[in-house]
Design a binder for this molecule. Structure first.
Ligand SMILES: Cc1cc2nc3c(=O)[nH]c(=O)nc-3n(C[C@H](O)[C@H](O)[C@H](O)COP(=O)(O)O)c2cc1C
Length: 210
């Protein structure tokens, strides 16, 4: 199947059948998130992979009681840094130096520039910036899941503060952004499965400037 066939096959599943997704597929979906581009390469987010039925059961009521939360195989939670700190920035720059085995003046100047800007900014502004990076990774996971023939439901309909509490995110310096239940569609229970995909026209989406 071509990329666009797979993306057309994908839809936001409203009902899943509880079937388990193989670990190698989950690994690929997570790896795709990790390979996403992020601003300055900071990857300012973490991904929680929940299979524990008790935790899923606690999350469902704070997520509009959406059945995919408990009927999915793996529930991914994308959580962004609550702010940018010098420690967090340095950790990623040090990691780059150690992986590449070099120290580069331009790169070190860039580190200083970030250290002189992000940590001084308002935490809410920083979180919003970090959350945007998490969404890019989230989107790559969605595409990777489709590529692997795994259904998913992008899911923002939840009480983020309540989810942060369930997963103890505050003490980790994280805030939940978005969830991605992964599993297999329940064709009988899902009202959306046979409905046509709706997208605005190319003319409404794209402006050519030639
Ligand atoms: C950030 C985001 C949050 C979403 N939240 C929910 C949600 O909480 N529940 C749900 O059923 N669908 C949710 N959706 C799915 C969208 O409604 C769906 O992607 C859109 O209607 C397009 O349909 P399609 O994905 O089936 O092509 C969300 C999608 C995105 C991208």
């Amino acid at each position: 199947m071509e990329l666009l066939d797979k993306l057309n096959w994908r839809y936001a599943s409203k009902a899943m059948n509880g079937k388990k997704v193989a670990q190698d597929k989950i690994d690929t979906i997570i790896e795709a998130a990790s390979l996403a581009p992020t601003s300055s390469g900071l990857q300012p987010f973490e991904i929680f992979v929940i299979t524990n039925p008790e935790i899923k059961g606690k999350i469902r009521p704070i997520a509009w009681n959406q059945s995919v939360i408990t009927d999915c195989s793996h529930l991914l939670v994308f959580a962004a840094w609550d702010t940018y700190t010098a420690e967090r920035i340095n950790k990623m720059f040090d990691l780059t130096n150690s992986i590449r085995g070099t120290k580069n003046e331009g790169w070190e100047n860039y580190r200083q520039m970030l250290l002189n800007s992000y940590p001084q900014k308002d935490a809410e502004e920083n979180f919003n910036h970090a959350a945007k990076q998490a969404y890019i990774a989230f989107s790559q996971s969605i595409a990777a899941a489709a590529f692997e023939g795994v259904d998913s439901t992008p899911l923002e309909g939840f009480d983020a503060d309540a989810l942060d509490e369930i997963l103890n995110l505050k003490e980790k310096g994280l805030r939940s952004c978005v969830m991605l239940p992964l599993g297999y569609r329940d064709e009988e229970k899902d009202w959306l499965v046979n409905l046509k995909k709706v997208r605005k026209s190319k003319e409404d989406l794209v402006t050519l400037i030639e």
